[in-house]
Design a protein around this ligand. Structure first.
Ligand code: AMP
Length: 176
């Protein structure tokens, strides 16, 4: 995991002062790093029934698509408001830097389906919590949530677990 951590680029003060942006594009660019990240993200869920991976726009699409392929299941996009072409269910959430809303197609998940949420990073947990709400409001069951990066100081992982979501993160970084 130290190797994965080294492949993640840190950009200070992006997108605003005080934020240390953890950039996974450098990890994705590295064939071995990308492969190891996908294997590790999928591993705890390989022995479970997973009907689909729900990836959160945009970096969650790249990681979530590859995890879905590895688990042999389908992929459901969770997108920023106004981006999906069909009828949607929406959920507002507070981001580390702003307020936003995410949406899912209303027919993307069938009742009782077991869904794994994937994103690149969990900070305050607001985005992932909104994603879990969307899955549950769609009739799905959240199998878990997998992230490459956790920012433990922001407490998102604990908050998500309090909401009954089993969480899995590969590396942790100090700070915001
Ligand atoms: P949160 O809702 O606070 O858990 O924020 C998580 C979402 O915001 C993820 O989709 C991340 O990609 C993005 N994000 C938040 N903070 C950072 C950060 N420091 N570096 C990179 N991405 C971040």
């Amino acid at each position: 995991m130290e190797n994965l951590k080294r492949l993640i680029r840190t950009i200070p003060d992006y997108p605003k002062p005080g934020i240390m942006f953890r950039d996974v594009t450098t990890l994705l660019r590295d064939a071995d790093g990308f492969e190891q990240a996908i294997i590790a993200l999928a591993r705890p869920f390989e022995t479970e029934r997973v009907d689909a991976v729900a990836g959160i726009e945009a970096r969650g699409f790249i990681l979530g698509g590859a995890v879905a392929d590895r688990l042999g299941c389908g992929f459901v996009p969770i997108r920023k408001k106004g981006k999906l072409p069909w009828k949607t269910i929406g959920q507002e959430y507070t981001l580390e830097y702003g307020v936003d809303a995410i949406e899912i197609h209303e027919d993307a998940i069938r009742t009782g389906e077991r869904i794994l949420i994937v994103d690149d990073l969990i900070a305050t947990g607001g985005t992932a919590e909104a994603a879990a709400k969307l899955v549950r409001r769609s009739g799905g069951e959240v199998v878990g949530a997998a992230f490459v990066i956790d920012l433990p100081e922001l407490g998102g992982l604990g908050k998500l677990e309090e909401h009954g979501v089993r969480c899995h993160a590969l590396v942790a970084f100090e700070g915001h």
